[in-house]
Design a protein around this ligand. Structure first.
Ligand code: DOR
Ligand code: ZN
Length: 449
């Protein structure tokens, strides 16, 4: 098996940064150590890479993407989006079930796995979705290679909402060991707000700036509160997806480390970066997502919640749509934005690397029970990213690898201070110096339960 030595890298052990080397042997990390490379390691390496002092991180584990296959491949597909992933230092992704058909049966998951086999540059696993009718399927499921169950407690792209109380009860009862990832937005609150606004704009669509006045903070809080109440009642292992409001953080989430928590939460780079109303004015539907981007105050509380531990993970919620689908106002433009390619450099531009690694690599690994990933540790899979600090730069649509061809960062005024140099997946170089290598090194993730 080929051995690759990366030396002169900077690593962090959570508090200190040190110069270090790392040796890859086949798919795994064979060794890692501080300072100069021991002569025995150097002579035993087939190739040597000088990291030039760049920061070496474990590959990001993006536990929330929409890669659109099968059925929506005009927007994106697994092979293509996985290239955007490795370009962004994301070595593992968990894909969501709102495809066509929706992923509601174990056989649907296996179909997606066989699409990804040999085609994905990054490691992959597929959520199974919840519906009002598939409780028997989920009850019989052993969750082999499946990270969790995704439940839409309100409507979003794909019409997968489950609201009937009997169905919710059985879903929450089922998910005691496997995470139940919940999209929480209350349809009734949203419908009432939309109706009110329709009266204000009787002649046409409602402007995108009003999106958070339709998909309100109240809609999030009411639905997330309901999810937490059910989880407490049925002892569910609940993971609240894309928390977007200060109210949810304050009322529903507990601070502190991940270990032992039954109720955990995710934030997205989009909600951590943008804020209304000003960003809606410049970017329009490009930042239209569900749940909506809220105020600068909500954003500040979300950022603090990463530090306090009230929010446990960051998932990109990479949800590409074609530019034509993003046209129109609050009622017509599709919700969702691509993010997998720039999330890591973006987050590193305003959070310490230690925090980003905790929320986007170590914690997703622990929360979902990912085997042998999420840390630069001897014996783990060699999922590795080298990132360098650069002069601040702007991102434009021409840099986008995703099929959709646009990014909410273009024209946003945000400048990135980091760049991904190289990404290894299972010991194979998948991205190097501005381009994917073409290696399809991804493999199915397995879980410890
Ligand atoms: O903005 C969103 N886009 N929110 C979702 O819940 C789904 C996603 C999508 O699939 O487009
Ligand atoms: Zn999503």
């Amino acid at each position: 098996m080929a051995t690759v030595l990366i030396h002169n890298a900077t690593v962090t052990d959570g508090s200190r940064r040190v110069r270090a080397w790392l040796q890859i042997n086949g798919e795994r990390i064979a060794g890692i150590g501080p300072g100069d490379v021991p002569p025995r390691i150097l002579s035993g390496s087939d190739s040597v890479i000088d990291a030039g002092g760049a920061l070496m991180l474990p590959g990001m584990i993006d536990s929330h993407v929409h890669f659109r296959q099968p059925g929506l491949t005009h927007k994106a597909d697994i092979a293509g989006e996985s290239l955007a992933a490795v370009a962004g230092g994301v070595t593992t992704f968990f894909d969501m079930p709102n495809t066509v058909p929706p992923t509601l049966k174990v056989s649907d998951v296996r179909t997606k796995e066989s699409i990804a086999d040999g085609a994905s540059a990054a490691n992959y696993a597929f959520f199974i979705g919840a519906s009002a009718e598939n409780a028997d399927e989920l009850r019989a499921c052993t969750f082999e290679n499946i990270p969790g169950v995704k439940l839409f407690m309100g409507s979003s792209t794909g019409r997968m909402a489950v609201t009937a109380s009997e169905a919710l009860k059985s879903l929450f009862t089922l998910c005691r060991d496997v995470p139940l990832m919940v999209h929480a937005e209350d349809d009734a609150v949203i419908a009432r707000a939309a109706e009110r606004l329709r009266r204000e704009w009787p002649d046409g669509d409602i402007p995108v700036t009003a999106h958070p006045a339709i998909r309100t903070s109240e809609a999030c809080l009411i639905s997330a509160r309901h999810a937490v109440e059910l989880a407490e009642r049925y002892d569910t292992r609940l993971h609240l997806a894309h928390v977007s409001t200060a109210d949810e953080v304050r009322e529903l989430l507990s601070e502190g480390p991940l270990d032992g928590k039954r109720i955990t939460a995710e934030a997205t780079p989009l909600h951590l970066t943008f804020a209304g109303p000003e960003d809606y004015e410049t970017l329009g539907a490009r930042i239209k997502v569900n749940p909506a981007v809220k105020s600068a105050y909500d954003r500040a509380v979300l950022r603090d919640a990463l530090y306090s531990g009230a929010i446990d993970t960051i998932g990109t919620d990479h949800a590409p749509h074609l530019p034509a689908e993003k046209e129109g106002g609050a009622l017509t433009a599709s919700s969702g934005a691509p993010m997998v390619q720039f999330a890591l450099p973006l987050l590193l531009s305003y959070f310490p690397a230690e925090l980003v690694v905790e929320k986007m690599s170590a914690n997703p690994a622990r929360l979902f029970g990912v085997t042998d990933r999420g840390a630069l540790r001897r014996g783990n899979y060699a999922d590795i990213v080298l990132v360098e600090q650069t002069e601040p730069y702007s991102v434009d649509d021409s840099m986008v690898i995703s099929r959709c061809g646009w990014t909410p960062l273009a024209g946003s005024g945000y400048r990135l201070k980091y760049r991904v140099l190289k990404t290894w997946v299972n010991g194979v170089l998948a991205y190097s110096d501005g381009r994917p290598t073409g290696a399809r090194a991804g493999r199915l993730v397995d879980f410890r339960r």
